[in-house]
Write a protein that binds this ligand. Structure first.
Ligand code: SAH
Length: 263
């Protein structure tokens, strides 16, 4: 019997941010594979086995899931947010590419989820209203020089930048270094969003001017998504309510002129 494997995005946290299609994939699964804290979000059910693992073993976890599917099981691999954004979908395909050719006969589906960047953006307004990009600051899988080169390029091109994996105990200085680079390209008042645990009970959202963000870098952690505004990203202040952060859809000045003027 040929099994199937679905890579499911759980969204950032709130159950009501799980898509009905993702919920249906979880309901259909005989086996759930994933990082333990993500599996904890899914209620236990008779006849469904949970295979929890540590955060750092993505490829081993992906191979385990493919083997279970090859045995005829209906497997769901779970990821926080969207499984295609710095997450398990690419790990499964890496394992598929390098692994047993028989695995290619499996039915493999990716069920999208709301990624942290979109959840964070929605909470503060519309910071992604203009052109934007996402960069993982983790240098576990790529050299730091590559991160720096990409940051320089998108800062010069005036993108809004969403930074995933901004900081960890093993990588304490990268976020500060990234924000210092931003200071050289963007106005001091550019809004920087620190969105922590969006959609979870301990959610915390802060918007700081870039000039204060470098000093605040150490307050971020692995549950934080950091967003650096473009030069046009701004605040709409409101009495008695949090300011709205937004990036207009239109661009009136050349980003090259802006960055050259500042460096
Ligand atoms: N697949 C995930 C991202 C995995 S990388 C997604 O699509 O969201 C892990 C990083 O995502 C974290 O270090 C953090 O930067 C961000 N992240 C994940 N969930 C988050 C949440 N609820 N709030 C803020 N950031 C989050």
């Amino acid at each position: 019997m040929v099994g199937s494997l679905t890579i499911v995005g759980l969204g950032p946290g709130e159950a009501h941010w799980l898509t009905p299609a993702a919920q249906a994939a979880l309901d259909a699964a005989s086996d759930l594979v994933g990082y333990e804290p993500y599996l904890d979000r899914i209620p236990a059910r008779a006849g469904r086995t949970k295979h929890g693992s540590d955060n750092r073993v993505e490829i081993a976890r992906a191979e385990h899931a493919l083997r279970l599917a090859a045995e005829g099981r209906t497997v769901a691999v779970v990821s926080g947010g969207d499984p295609g954004v710095f997450a398990m979908a690419a790990a499964v395909f890496e394992a598929l590419e390098a692994g047993d050719p028989a695995w290619r006969a499996l039915t493999i589906t990716v069920e999208p989820g709301i990624t942290a960047m979109l959840a964070a953006a929605a909470k503060v307004g519309a910071p992604l209203g203009g052109d934007f990009c996402a960069i993982s600051l983790s240098d576990n899988l790529k050299p730091w020089e590559v991160v720096t080169m990409r940051l320089e390029a998108v800062l010069a091109a005036d993108f809004v930048i969403a930074l995933y994996n901004p900081i960890s105990k093993a990588r304490p200085w990268q976020l500060g270094a990234a924000l210092e680079l931003a200071v050289r390209h963007r106005p001091a008042e550019t809004p920087v969003i620190f969105a922590r645990a969006v959609g979870r009970p301990d959610e915390n959202l802060r918007v700081l001017p870039l000039s204060q963000a470098v000093a605040a870098a150490a307050s971020a952690d692995m549950a934080t998504l950091v967003m650096i505004g473009a030069s046009s990203t701004r605040l709409i202040e409101r009495p008695g309510q949090a300011a709205i952060v937004y990036t207009p859809r239109s661009v009136t000045k050349s980003p090259c002129a802006t960055s050259q003027g500042r460096t």
